[in-house]
Ligand binder design. Sequence first.
Ligand code: NAI
Ligand code: PHE
Length: 348
Amino acid sequence: MNVWESPEFDAHEQVCFFTDRATELRAIVAIHSTALGAAAGGTRFKPYGSDSEALDDALRLSRAMSYKSALAGLPLGGGKAVIIGDPAKLKSRELLHAYGRYIDRIGHTFATGEDVGMSVADMDTIREVTPYVGGTSIGAGDPSIHTATGIVHGLRAVLKHRFDRDDFRGVKLAIQGLGAVGWRVAERLKAAGAELVVADICEEVVQRACRELGAVAVPVDQIHKANVDIYSPCAMGGVITARNAMQIKARAVAGAANNQLADAEAGVALMQLGILFAPDYVINAGGIISGLEAALRMPGRKAVTLKPLAEQLAGIHDRLCEIFARSAEERRPPEAIAEQMARELIGR
Ligand code: NAI
Ligand code: PHE
């Protein structure tokens, strides 16, 4: 495992490796850029297949956070953390404290929050040993509520641009992953008149979606092929490849999962197939927008005045419309336009 030579390295400013033998904590904190402010990004707790997989995930997610905050107009840099292991077996109060002490040691250049495998209660535990954490119950709370709101704003931009319509009545969506964000998105779309096709590795939540939201269930390896208008990945990253893009019947892909495209070729394939892609770090910015407060609490930070939360979340719609319009005009994939815009903002 060589950090400098990882294809995901992209001149990260700092990468920290932490171990605590007593609690078996092994964590990586990746700080991509602090050009626009202190780096902020969630902590993912996951059993990775290998340490280099964990490192690459941290690096990719961290860069995505730089892009996400820059494009959302936030005075923040980008970073991300991963804790390696199965949270169901390894997570303990002691481990979270050990982790929090390491976050505290990094100090004013990084603040964290929830990601997959972490909860508001976990953030409260980490908060006992460091101020550099958001999404706590006395702070912004569960970011997924706001992420879901942002996703729905973004889906409206997709509706307008790809389907030339303003409402979800009768629109068919395939939602992959009914977790904290996916479930909320599903509920709101159902209420707005959409028809849902769903998949999740958790059979219980799928049954609940069928019962309560009238959703149609499909196997997890079939959801991207569903005969729908929009495919919405809301589980893990890397779900779209140049190869499986050809199987997608939807005319647009827009969802919450970070790093949905396995690589740049996957995005080019989507465009060639006429499938509109909403860059994930644009459409899923609601969580970081809501969780900003921890990062702004950093010592030495200038006071900033932000627009009200609802207005910032609604801004996701306009940003996507701008990206889609430029993409059509310049005949380049939306994520290439978004990446260029983000890199200009952070001076890369
Ligand atoms: P979560 O852990 O609550 O939900 C993920 C869901 O996906 C679970 O129900 C899980 O069973 C399911 N799942 C896992 N593997 C699957 C597979 N192969 N096929 C189908 N379903 C599968 O996570 P959350 O918070 O809803 O996040 C979802 C995605 O959105 C993640 O990629 C996360 O990084 C991203 N995201 C989340 C934000 C938030 O505010 N929670 C903010 C921005 C991005
Ligand atoms: N998990 C969020 C993301 O990927 C990061 C985040 C966590 C933001 C907690 C705010 C609070 O965007």
